[in-house]
Design a protein around this ligand. Structure first.
Ligand SMILES: [Zn+2]
Length: 279
């Protein structure tokens, strides 16, 4: 019998579960995916069955679980989630601990993606990690003596336009960074998906992105911003333009490199694994 590590990524509609040999490798040994019902008891049972199937006769040595939503400060449960309403206040961490008798780390999906990059992206300096998908999430990754550390942040909800004309954000405020660049907002604003925007429209989007990123780098000065998420995956050709425009704003005070995250769609499971390295 050997020890296996499990990384789990739960989105609004699906769960990805991956098995790893150790905390030091991002190589996925085996995986299982299933549709999430949103009903806690049912999803928990499928989660437990899937982990057991992956682990087989071996022992789970640690489970990292990334779930979109707002988490309790003690990281034992979700407080609420837009997609998984029935999961709110349910003791997901302790339910998995009592089933598998191993450490379980609960974190949100944006933190998990940052952990994947922090642990396996080959970075030596601090950086901003931004998840550019339907919205804009992100964290600061600090290189500390004991290893990288992910500082949760809300860069998507820093306001870049305080005028009444600023677009309405899902958080209720107007003019948030996210409301100018998030995939869902682009679709609302331009009336078509990001893939169909014209060069001129993309020019506006990268203008706004560079303004937001300029602020982030002035507040937390780092030399690199790493971008992940669904919009980044499909639209990475715009990253050099975002870098160029941000550096134009930054002239005389520094430069920032804008790069694409290393793990694509697997960032959630790899990051959930990496989060088990804490403590
Ligand atoms: Zn907002």
């Amino acid at each position: 019998m050997s020890e296996k590590y499990i990384g789990i990524d739960i989105g609004g509609t699906s769960a990805r579960i991956a098995e790893f040999e150790s905390l030091e490798s991002d190589k996925i040994e085996r995986r299982q995916d299933f549709k999430i019902s949103g009903r806690y008891e049912e999803d928990l049972k499928r989660l437990i069955d899937s982990i057991k199937k992956l682990v087989g006769d071996d022992k789970a040595a640690g489970i990292g679980l990334g779930v979109a939503g707002e988490h309790a400060p003690d990281r034992s449960r979700l407080l609420h989630s837009a997609h998984l309403k029935d999961w709110g206040e349910k003791p997901i961490r302790d339910d998995l601990v009592s089933e598998f008798d191993c450490p379980v780390e609960l974190l949100n999906d944006a933190e998990a993606a940052a952990w994947a990059e922090a642990a396996f992206g080959g970075h030596e300096e601090d950086f901003w990690f931004l998840t550019w998908g339907t919205g804009l999430g992100g964290s600061i990754v600090e290189q500390r003596p004991g290893g990288p550390h992910v500082v949760a942040s809300e860069p998507g909800h820093h306001v870049i336009c305080w005028e009444e004309s600023g677009p309405l954000c899902n958080c209720g405020r107007r003019g948030c960074f996210e409301s100018y660049v998030g995939g869902a907002y682009l679709e609302r604003h331009y009336g078509k998906p990001p893939a169909e925007l014209s060069d001129e429209e993309w020019n506006e989007v990268t203008d706004w992105f560079a303004r937001g990123l300029y602020n982030l780098v002035r507040i937390y000065p780092v030399g690199e911003a790493v971008l992940g998420g669904g919009v980044t995956d499909k639209q990475s050709r715009h990253l050099p333009e975002i870098e160029r425009k941000t550096n134009e704003h930054l002239k005389n005070v520094g430069t920032v490199k804008v790069s694409k995250a290393s793990h694509g769609e697997d960032a959630g499971v790899v990051g959930a694994l990496a989060s088990l390295r804490q403590d």
